[in-house]
Design a protein around this ligand. Structure first.
Ligand SMILES: NC(=O)c1ccc[n+]([C@@H]2O[C@H](COP(=O)([O-])OP(=O)(O)OC[C@H]3O[C@@H](n4cnc5c(N)ncnc54)[C@H](O)[C@@H]3O)[C@@H](O)[C@H]2O)c1
Ligand SMILES: [Zn+2]
Length: 358
């Protein structure tokens, strides 16, 4: 068990990482006025644990599992139930679930009585290495993802890998997408991933690497909480193309699209002379250890056009991507949309050849 401290100019958040952190820290919350938010899947696995840990009278809102619950309707359902349960300014809102539960609960905590204490207990790999840390909260609105949200740091995060035991393989792959992204940003994480290439999904390894990813993200957020000086932007490595494909194709999980996006963007980085050699080959092989066959979509040109709408682009018709550079370093490439689409198509053609020859 190890703690990470995330210190912003006006708030200190403690992130407990490792096996045993739930049984050590969650019961300590019991003396407070608690309100728990979870989802239907998580509740079906951990109902008894919730009652045992927080008391069987603890108020619980159970959202339907999935992204469709990250909406105004469920935000107000949480706030309404909190008011009905007589929650005061001193209450603590506990998000017990994946990133969906974490994002909407964080937003509710920032709004109820102008802000009450929030504790995150992330139960997916993605939420443990990424969404529970950093204080971004949100709901989707008018079909736009994360349109309404706040920056609101949780007081505590409890990242216990025990929850990963019930997680479907697809959700593990999703989290691995973000973990490999951290590998392209952080030299120590890169080395650990390389030497554990064969057993990335093992619970023991994940338990260890979660801490490193949380530490990396906390350092970045401590230095750039509101995404203003470019540091937090690096966490979007692989995401410009990943998001574009996610919007266009759907189906796969977010983390899988991040890996596919990283693969295509690495091709651009190589073409531009930003990254190459053995390092680039190793990054590509890490990606392929999770996504065996990188898709070579026929209609990729239209999908790539979606990158024009990415929020990281600061100039019209220019695309910004964050790419690996060398061990522990990334770089931003800004290029015209036309050139970007052309290079994405080139990478697809190369992949098609590889698929045909394999
Ligand atoms: N706030 C941020 O900084 C940030 C960063 C990245 C992503 N996000 C958001 O996170 C969300 C995605 O999070 P997610 O991938 O955790 O998705 P999720 O919360 O939908 O969870 C994925 C699935 O796993 C199930 N599940 C959760 N824990 C489980 C467990 N222990 N055992 C079995 N099943 C379990 C859930 O019910 C769900 O069906 C998106 O809405 C995204 O926008 C936020
Ligand atoms: Zn992501």
């Amino acid at each position: 068990m190890k703690d990470v401290i995330l210190q912003t100019p006006n708030f200190k958040s403690i992130i407990h990482c490792g096996a045993g952190t739930f049984s050590e820290y969650a019961p300590k919350l019991k003396d407070r006025q608690l309100f728990v938010v979870t989802d239907s899947n998580v509740f079906s696995f951990y109902r008894r644990l919730i009652w045992q840990t927080f008391g069987d009278g603890v108020p619980v809102v159970i959202l339907p599992a999935g992204e469709n619950s990250k909406t105004q309707r469920y935000l107000f359902e949480i706030l309404t139930k909190m008011a009905e349960a007589g929650m005061t300014r001193k209450c603590t809102l506990v998000a017990f679930g994946g990133g969906v539960v974490g994002d909407i609960t964080g937003l509710a905590a920032s709004l109820y009585m102008r802000g009450v204490s929030a504790v995150q207990i992330p139960t997916t790999l993605l939420s443990q290495v990424d969404s529970s840390v950093g204080g971004k909260t949100a709901i989707d609105f008018k079909k736009i993802k994360n349109l309404i949200g706040t920056f609101y740091q949780p007081e505590e995060v409890i990242c216990d890998p025990m929850f990963l035991e019930t997680l479907p393989a697809r959700e593990i792959r999703c989290g691995l997408g973000e973990i490999i992204k951290y590998g392209a940003l952080d030299g120590a994480i890169y080395q650990k991933l390389l030497s554990n290439r064969e057993n990335l999904s093992d619970n023991g390894f994940l338990g260890e690497i979660i801490y490193d990813c949380v530490q990396h993200k906390s350092d970045i957020v401590s230095a750039d909480e509101r995404d203003l000086n470019g540091k937090r932007k690096t966490l979007n490595l692989g995401h410009t193309t990943g998001h574009a494909f996610e919007l266009y194709y759907g189906r796969k999980s977010h983390g899988e699209f991040v890996l596919i996006g990283m693969y295509y963007e690495a091709y651009i980085a190589k073409h531009k002379g930003v990254c190459g050699g053995e390092y680039l080959e190793n990054i590509l092989s890490l990606i392929k250890s999770v996504i065996k066959k990188i898709p070579a979509y026929d209609d990729i040109e239209q999908a790539a056009q979606m990158a024009k709408h990415d929020k990281k682009n600061e100039e019209a018709e220019k695309i910004s991507i964050i790419v690996p550079r060398f061990e522990g370093r990334s770089a931003e490439i800004i290029m015209g949309a036309e050139e970007y689409v052309k290079l994405i198509c080139e990478c697809r053609d190369k992949l098609k050849e590889e698929h045909a020859n394999s």
